[in-house]
Design a protein around this ligand. Structure first.
Ligand code: GTP
Ligand code: MG
Length: 314
């Protein structure tokens, strides 16, 4: 498939591969608890609760999961512990379904996406992949280099804009990011694009500055285009586990977040954190990243995610 990379291996298989470490970490212990000639008992549920909490999915998700599993066991009058695997799978899928809400972009209207997150989580790469994707669907996209903290950040985004063949709004390094945002909105209003994706810095001299700067960008956007930004997309690196949760809470409180992207699920056993974050923050997971290739960023689909996790055929 040329530029779009080698698609011999479908996304589902790559997702399965990508989740292999998470699967091992999450399900191996679960299987130890439930498989074998065991009967379902309160003790068994206690053990299950312990291994789930240890697997990063978090106490509130675990609690809801266990309670619902108990109800299901009662309702169906189940007896053998190995039947719990299917109950676990279905209940997890059902809870995770709440976190599935694709980013819907209206046609022929300006739509501004501000991409935020701490340094190195994959913001710029995600923006590049989204630009390719939107461009491929015939949506007029523009990128805005509002990470002016490093010269390399602007260059990195420029490379993506060329690959995707979409316009880029930029200024010199160290210029005011809000000025870049202003320019981008003006250019879009002048008809240069319908979808504006804004890259922001993940690190400044201090964290306080970063939050203040992001707030200022949001204010400028809202002033220039009522309703903007339409999406504040927080990019989280799944390999950072519980830190990703802390970051999500901070960004949600400080600037408001409307959707999540979880990257690097391919390199971690901590993918369970995705479940915890979505459950505790009630935020939709828009996309997940399972590699560095363009085709490795996909819409989050709870059933697909759970099937890949449990190694069922999609
Ligand atoms: N394995 C893997 N690597 C990824 C994924 N997404 C991004 N990366 C890599 O993560 C690294 C950091 O990505 P960037 O896009 O530069 O991160 P950033 O958030 O823009 O970083 P700053 O601009 O420094 O704040 C790059 O090497 C990417 O190729 C993913 O889903 N899987
Ligand atoms: Mg970047």
């Amino acid at each position: 498939m040329g530029f779009f990379g080698n698609d011999n291996k479908g996304f589902f298989d790559r997702l399965k591969d990508g989740l292999s470490k998470t699967r091992k970490f999450l399900l191996q212990n679960v299987d130890e608890v439930i498989l074998g000639e065991k009967k379902i008992s309160p003790e068994l549920f206690e053990e299950l609760e312990e291994v789930l909490i240890a697997a990063d999915v978090g106490p509130s998700f675990t609690y809801e999961l266990i309670e619902r599993m108990k109800e299901e066991v009662k309702r169906k009058d189940l007896d053998k512990a190995d039947l719990l695997r299917k109950v676990l799978r279905d209940t997890m899928a059902d809870i995770l379904k709440r976190s599935e809400a694709p980013l819907l972009i209206p046609k022929n209207e300006l739509f501004v996406i501000m991409v935020v997150g701490v340094n190195g989580t994959g913001k710029t790469t995600t923006i590049g992949k989204l630009a390719m994707r939107f461009q491929g669907k015939g949506m007029p996209v523009m990128l805005a280099a509002a990470d002016t903290f490093r010269a390399a950040a602007i260059e990195q985004l420029e490379i993506w804009s060329k690959r995707a063949n979409v316009p880029l709004i930029k200024q010199k390094m160290d210029s005011d990011p809000s000025a870049v945002v202003y320019d981008a909105v003006r250019a879009a209003q002048a008809g240069k694009a319908d979808v504006v994706i804004i890259d922001t810095a993940g690190r400044l001299h201090t964290k306080v500055n970063l939050m203040e700067e992001l707030k200022k960008m949001k204010r400028i956007l809202a002033r220039e285009l009522p309703g903007a930004p339409h999406e504040v997309l927080l990019v989280l690196d799944a390999t950072t586990g519980q830190n990703a949760l802390t970051q999500a809470k901070m960004f949600a409180e400080e600037i408001g977040v409307t959707g999540l992207v979880l990257t690097k699920l391919d390199g971690t056993s901590k993918g369970g954190v995705i479940i915890r974050i979505a459950h505790e923050l009630h935020l939709p997971i828009r996309y997940i990243g399972i590699g560095e290739g363009i085709e490795d960023l996909r819409r989050f689909k709870s059933e697909e995610f759970i099937d890949a996790l449990f190694e069922q055929n999609g």
